[in-house]
Write a protein of this length. Structure first.
Length: 217
């Protein structure tokens, strides 16, 4: 919207930490552009034996994947800080992907984009690594530290904190049910205790999984 349709641009969305790219650790990424020649030119420019670039022409899904995964990384970080296990983390990643896909579909994204590197790939990386700033925020919240203190002590920005508020409001306006996003929002902005948030998620109305993939947890 800011650049306008006349100016070509591309979006890099991927499961990658800059530190590992610098170390030439094998990494796969996605470049999205509505102009095929732009995507293909960037693909050729940036591809190396350790940095593999894929292309997509579906920009909306790539942009959403890069933003939404930070919310769920805060969620899995909270679980880690509370000392909960891998089962809980896997549940948030899987159901988080369902929430991403629902919102993406409402905004015109191709669900398959969110199943690729820009969606699921980035989600897994960010939700499972302490290198993630958003995961770090969640860990400290799970250990009982107040949010202002956490943010004050960070050298870099954890984008997921503000993204959570924006996505929460967007989902409400569009009528898209995103219970994990709502839970993270209430922990960050309304002071809801993490254990109470988990209890509310786990005691929601029971559903068939396929139904839940398109509607709710």
């Amino acid at each position: 919207e800011e650049l306008g349709a006349a100016l070509p641009y591309a979006v890099l969305s991927c499961p990658s930490f800059a530190r590992e790219v610098v170390q030439k650790i094998p990494t796969a990424v996605t470049i999205a552009s509505r102009r095929r020649e732009v995507a293909h030119n960037l693909q050729r420019l940036f591809s190396t034996p350790y940095f593999r670039v894929y292309t997509t022409f579906e920009v909306t899904g790539a942009e959403l994947g890069g933003a939404l995964k930070n919310i769920f990384a805060i969620g899995t970080g909270i679980l880690e800080g509370m000392g909960l296990g891998a089962n809980s983390r896997a549940a948030v990643i899987t159901r988080g992907l369902a929430e991403m896909t629902r919102l993406g579909a409402r905004l015109g994204a191709n669900p398959m984009t969110l199943m690729g590197l820009a969606g699921l790939g980035d989600l897994i990386l960010t939700c499972t690594s302490s290198q993630s700033r958003n995961f770090q925020v969640g860990m400290k919240l799970g250990k009982g530290f107040p949010l202002p203190e956490i943010l004050e002590g960070m050298a870099e920005v954890a984008e997921g904190v503000k993204t959570t508020r924006a996505v929460h409001l967007l989902a409400r306006r569009l009528g898209v049910e995103m219970p994990i996003v709502d839970a993270v929002f209430r922990i960050l902005y309304e002071g809801l205790a993490p254990r109470e948030a988990i209890k509310k998620l786990m005691t929601r109305e029971l559903k068939d999984e396929l139904e839940a993939m398109t509607e709710t947890w």
